[in-house]
Design a protein around this ligand. Structure first.
Ligand code: UDP
Length: 325
């Protein structure tokens, strides 16, 4: 099968590409390198530098490469930024997605996996969160993903586009060759590891008065390789029906627990300071992923937060300045 991966130079996209190529799929990466890295693109993937905002570039890629399926990672992904600049999300994330989807329909490409998010669940009534939970996006970022999920629902009904929306909880960890390198870095685990490496003085804990066991936010961290495996399973099952799946390990760790575990893994003391709450952050997010386990046989290989942090630490030590720029 030939798969076009938008955002295949980014953190999760590049790891999924690595795993697709390991399973002998043929991959075309479409990325504008605004956040991704050329060096993160697997050498066996065809690379197209292009922007989803440019409908002609999308059409040209689909005409030239004729993919059987698309995996759509390319988007803005920061909750905090979306609370400050909602148009980047409610505008660009949605219109870029529409460019891709309308071009797919025009070119007869009828299979897609969408990166979605746990930020759909701002006010969960039950924890862990399963797919029947009421959707209340926590930010314009979450809303932009929800809009794309709804557009896919209609494209399935009207055009027979089969989709899987994978709602990631907190992706983390690395493979031996691919890891997390954002500029600026705003995610907890890489920031904590930068403190351990001496590249940053301290990590700010965004609030310690949440209703959790130690007052800091609790999140469900999922290894990026386990996420990648879920994409491959979901792709294989698309012909049966369209689906949405929540993806996490079903166990949460607080910000303080992540910092303590990172301190054990690295053998370094990690300086912290107490900061204000970050807008858009719910107290607790834990996934119930029984549906994907049952329907697709997904079993996470690296469910422990310690193993996830160890893999990230290995990558950060091997790549202290991230990817070659
Ligand atoms: N966090 C923090 N300090 C930081 C970065 C993140 O306390 O410098 C907290 C954040 O408020 C959230 C958790 O760590 O509760 C995970 O945040 P991250 O940005 O890694 O992922 P998100 O939950 O936004 O997807």
């Amino acid at each position: 099968m030939k798969i076009l991966v938008t955002g295949g130079a980014g953190y999760i996209g590049s790891v999924v590409v690595e795993q697709l190529i390991a399973t002998h799929e043929s991959v075309v990466v479409f990325d504008n390198l605004s956040q991704g890295h050329r060096a993160a693109v697997h050498p066996e993937a065809v690379f197209v530098e292009g922007d989803l905002a440019d409908r002609k570039a999308v059409d040209a890629a689909l005409t030239q490469h004729r993919p059987d399926a698309v995996m759509h990672f390319a988007s803005k992904t920061l909750v905090g930024e979306s609370m400050q600049n909602p148009f980047l999300y409610l505008g660009d994330n949605v219109t870029n997605g529409l460019n891709l989807l309308s071009s797919m329909v025009e070119h007869g490409v009828k299979r897609i996996i969408l990166s979605s998010t746990a930020n759909l669940f701002d006010q969960p009534e039950r924890m862990p969160i399963d797919e029947s939970e009421r959707i209340v996006p926590g930010s314009p970022y979450g809303e932009s993903k929800f809009i794309l999920e709804r557009i896919l629902y209609w494209l399935d009904r009207i055009h027979g586009v089969r989709f899987a929306c994978l709602r990631y909880f907190n992706a983390a960890g690395a493979t031996l060759t691919r890891g997390e390198d954002h500029e600026p870095e705003l995610h907890l685990i890489p920031i904590v590891l930068q403190v351990a490496m001496g590249k940053r003085e301290k990590v700010s804990i965004f609030g310690d008065d949440y209703p959790t066991r130690d007052g800091t936010c609790l999140r469900d961290y999922i290894h990026v390789v386990d996420l990648a495996q879920a994409h491959i399973l979901a792709l294989g099952a698309l012909d049966r029906s369209s689906q949405v799946y929540n993806l996490g390990n079903g166990e949460g760790f607080t910000v303080k627990e992540v910092i303590d575990t990172a301190s054990e893994v690295t053998g370094k003391k990690i300086r912290t300071e107490l900061g204000a709450r970050r807008a858009g952050d719910p107290a607790v997010l834990v996934a119930a992923s029984g549906k994907i386990r049952k329907e697709l046989g997904w079993v996470p290989q690296f469910p422990h937060v310690r193993t996830i942090i160890e893999s990230a630490w290995r990558w950060h030590q091997a790549n202290p300045d991230g990817y070659l720029k």
